[in-house]
Ligand binder design. Structure first.
Ligand SMILES: [Zn+2]
Length: 48
């Protein structure tokens, strides 16, 4: 299952979508500037 995470630009905390609820706000500091966290792309490279 994919978990959508956001980052608060005010306090720098990672917020899960569930924690945020319907309001697009940081539950920790109430900040409104929230960025969607990009999932890390892990490349699998075969070692020869
Ligand atoms: Zn915050």
């Amino acid at each position: 299952m994919k978990v959508v995470e956001f980052i608060c630009m005010t306090c720098g905390k990672t917020i899960k979508k569930d924690e945020m609820g319907r309001r697009t706000r940081c539950p920790y500091c109430g900040g409104k500037i929230i960025l969607k966290k990009r999932p890390k792309i892990v490349k699998t490279v075969k070692a020869i």
